[in-house]
Design a protein around this ligand. Structure first.
Ligand SMILES: NC(=O)c1ccc[n+]([C@@H]2O[C@H](COP(=O)([O-])OP(=O)(O)OC[C@H]3O[C@@H](n4cnc5c(N)ncnc54)[C@H](OP(=O)(O)O)[C@@H]3O)[C@@H](O)[C@H]2O)c1
Length: 269
C-alpha cells in the first residue's frame, strides 16, 4: 500500500460509514469517524463528535482532526437519512430537516474541509449521493431532491477546484441493507394514505428492496479502491446490474417511457 492517508468519514455509527471505517482502518489508514452518540470502539478508528445540523460542532470536528494530524487527505461525506411519503403531505419541518441533514450537512463540512485541502496542497473528497440523486423517486421526493442538490453542488465544486489537486467524487449507491431503512422518518397525516392509496404498498417494496439489497461491506471494498487509485472517475454507481441499467435507460429512453417503467416498478397507477 502507498503511504497511509488521513481519512475523515462522517456518520460511522452504522451502515456504509461503519463498513468504510473498518475497511480503511484495516488497510492502515488513519481513520477519523464522526458520531453523535455512544458507539462500540472499532479498531484503528478515532471517533469525533459531530451533529451535521450544527455548524459549530462540524467546525470543531474538522479542527480536531487537523489539530491531531495536520491534514485531511480524504474526506468522505456519508452521514445522511431519508424521509418517506407523498410530497403533498410532507410536513414543512420534515422537508427542511431532510435538506438540512443531507445537503446542508455536507455543505457545512466542506466549508471547512475545502480550505484545509487547498492550504495543504491537495486532497480527495467523496460525497454520498444515491441512484435517487439521478432520478426522482416517488414517495422519496425530498430525499431525491437532497441528493440532486449534492450532485449539482459537487459538479460545480469539481470545476472550481480544477488545477488545485483536489478530486471531487460522487458515490451513487443503489439499494443496500443498512440502518437507513429503520431510521426512515414518515410522519404523515392519515389522509395521506387515502389520497395516495398506493403509498403504503410502494413503501413496503422500497423497504424490501433496501433490506434485501447488497451488504455495506461490498461498497466499502469499492470505496477503498477509489481512495487508493491515482485518478478517480467523477462518479461511481455502486449497485446491482439491474439498478445501474435503470440509470442508462433514463438517459436513453423517451421520458414518458422511463416514467412508465418507474410507475410500474413502484406500483403506481
Ligand atoms: N442504504 C441505502 O440503500 C443507501 C442508498 C443510497 C445512498 N445511501 C446514502 O448512504 C449514506 C449512509 O447511509 P446508510 O445507508 O449507511 O444509513 P445508516 O446506516 O442509517 O447510517 C447513517 C449514518 O449517518 C448518521 N447521521 C444521520 N443523521 C445525522 C445527523 N443529523 N448528524 C450526524 N450524523 C447523522 C447516522 O448517525 P446515527 O446512528 O447517530 O443516526 C449514521 O452514522 C447516506 O447519505 C444515505 O443517503 C444509502
Amino acid at each position: 500500500m502507498d503511504a497511509p492517508k488521513v481519512v475523515m468519514i462522517t456518520g460511522v455509527s452504522s451502515g456504509f460509514g461503519r463498513a468504510m471505517a473498518v475497511k480503511l482502518a484495516s488497510q492502515g489508514h488513519k481513520v477519523y469517524g464522526t458520531v453523535r452518540r455512544e458507539v462500540e470502539a472499532l479498531p484503528g478508528v478515532t471517533y469525533v463528535q459531530a451533529e451535521v445540523q450544527d455548524e459549530a460542532s462540524v467546525a470543531a470536528a474538522v479542527k480536531a482532526v487537523v489539530a491531531a494530524e495536520g491534514r485531511i487527505d480524504v474526506f468522505i461525506n456519508n452521514a445522511g437519512m431519508g424521509i418517506g411519503g407523498p410530497i403533498e403531505f410532507t410536513p414543512m419541518a420534515d422537508a427542511e430537516r431532510q435538506m438540512d441533514i443531507n445537503f446542508m450537512g455536507m455543505v457545512r463540512f466542506l466549508h471547512y474541509v475545502v480550505p484545509q485541502m487547498r492550504r495543504q496542497g491537495g486532497g480527495r473528497i467523496l460525497c454520498f449521493s444515491s441512484i435517487g440523486g439521478l432520478m426522482g423517486l416517488p414517495f422519496q421526493g425530498f430525499y431525491s431532491a437532497s441528493k440532486f442538490a449534492i450532485e449539482g453542488y459537487c459538479e460545480a465544486l469539481r470545476l472550481e477546484l480544477r488545477g488545485k489537486n483536489i478530486d471531487v467524487v460522487l458515490i451513487e449507491p443503489g439499494d443496500f441493507a443498512t440502518g437507513f431503512t429503520a431510521s426512515r422518518k414518515s410522519t404523515l397525516a392519515p389522509e395521506a394514505y387515502t389520497a395516495y392509496p398506493t403509498y403504503a404498498e410502494s413503501l413496503k417494496s422500497i423497504e424490501h428492496d433496501e433490506q434485501s439489497g447488497l451488504k455495506p461491506e461490498f461498497l466499502a471494498e469499492k470505496v477503498a479502491r477509489i481512495v487508493a487509485c491515482k485518478h478517480p472517475a467523477y462518479h461511481y454507481i455502486i449497485s446491482t446490474l439491474e439498478q445501474r441499467l435503470s440509470v442508462t435507460l433514463k438517459a436513453l429512453l423517451p421520458q414518458s417511457w422511463f416514467a412508465a417503467i418507474l410507475a410500474s416498478y413502484y406500483k403506481l397507477k
